[in-house]
Design a protein around this ligand. Structure first.
Ligand SMILES: [Fe+2]
Length: 301
């Protein structure tokens, strides 16, 4: 499940090697960060100041609104946070387009966040907890089957960020799809009906008149099924406690890794201080269509 790319492997990688690995459900890790990171002084400010100034779970840059959420606008480091997150987002986007010319050719960058708090023992509500294994779903508006691609950098200078996974979507759906009740919600097309299309155009209209984050509230039949699976995983102790298929990953300081998080189940068991980039990849740009959750669910319907 973990594919490591050092400089030599990266230099000799075939054009679709990294993208295909992601689509198969691998985590792709770079042994040295392939982009320029914020300066050590900037990172030190984020690490030391943000935990005290946090208003939400994370501090995030939203490109649709071109602003940072999770931090008081009057914060003395608001400008620095904006600069660091928006620059990091641009650098990662360019890097992904270079590394994955097919998969990332029409990438749609979303939020870029800083995770300032220790993941272990945060006592968040189950659906918001990163400590429980889950696939990502439903927090990005309606994806309609497009893929959720995330890039992580552990910017803690001394401690690993530790992840667990229980495997990838195709096997998880086979094993748990019935128990999660997903078959009740499957339709042959998984497409929006008339009401769904109306809601989408309404939310897009709201974005055009000054509410740029309104489309984040959108949904679709596919996204609701994925959200149901996400919630089942987090709400089911037997699922969490069965460690037969568990793999644990240790990401050392300044390790960088990318993953399709709608595909690979994951939990952040411990670690503090990470940069997290999120983007959507159009489903049509995937080369391994049969492995995409949307097509697996449609075939099951
Ligand atoms: Fe997640």
């Amino acid at each position: 499940m973990l594919q490591e790319f050092d400089k030599a492997r990266l230099a000799s990688a075939a054009p679709n090697e990294i993208g295909d690995a992601l689509e198969r459900g691998d985590i792709v890790k770079f042994t040295s960060c392939p982009i320029q990171l914020p300066t050590s002084e900037q990172l030190e400010v984020l690490r030391t100041e943000l935990p005290n100034q946090l208003k939400r779970k994370n501090v995030s840059y939203h490109p649709e609104a071109d602003r940072v959420t999770g931090l008081d606008d009057q914060s003395p480091i608001a400008d620095l946070v904006y600069e660091v997150l928006s620059t990091h987002r641009d650098r990662i986007t360019k890097c992904l387009q270079t590394l994955m010319p097919t998969l990332a050719r029409n990438i749609r960058p979303g939020t870029c966040s800083f995770r300032p708090l220790e993941e272990k023992g945060r006592n968040l509500k189950p659906h918001a907890s990163n400590e429980l294994v889950h696939i990502d779903a439903g927090a990005y508006g309606a994806t309609n089957g497009d893929r959720i691609l995330r890039a992580f950098v552990n910017v803690n200078p001394t401690r690993d960020r530790v992840w667990a996974s229980k495997g990838a979507f195709p096997d998880l759906f086979k094993q748990h799809g019935h128990a999660a009740g997903l078959y009740n919600d499957l339709t042959p097309t998984l497409e929006r009906g008339v009401f769904g299309k109306f809601r989408t155009s309404l939310l897009n209209g709201m974005a055009r008149i000054g509410l740029p984050l309104a489309p984040m509230l959108d949904s679709s039949p596919y996204d609701r099924v994925m959200r149901k699976f996400h919630n089942y995983m987090k709400d089911t102790p037997a699922f969490q406690q069965n460690t037969e298929t568990d793999e644990t990953f240790y990401f050392e300081p300044f390790a960088t890794w990318i993953v399709l998080t709608d595909m690979v189940s994951h939990a952040s068991l411990s670690g503090q201080h990470a940069l997290v980039y999120t983007a959507l990849v159009p489903l049509q740009d995937c080369r391994l269509q049969d492995l995409a959750p949307f097509n697996i669910l449609r075939a099951a319907a």
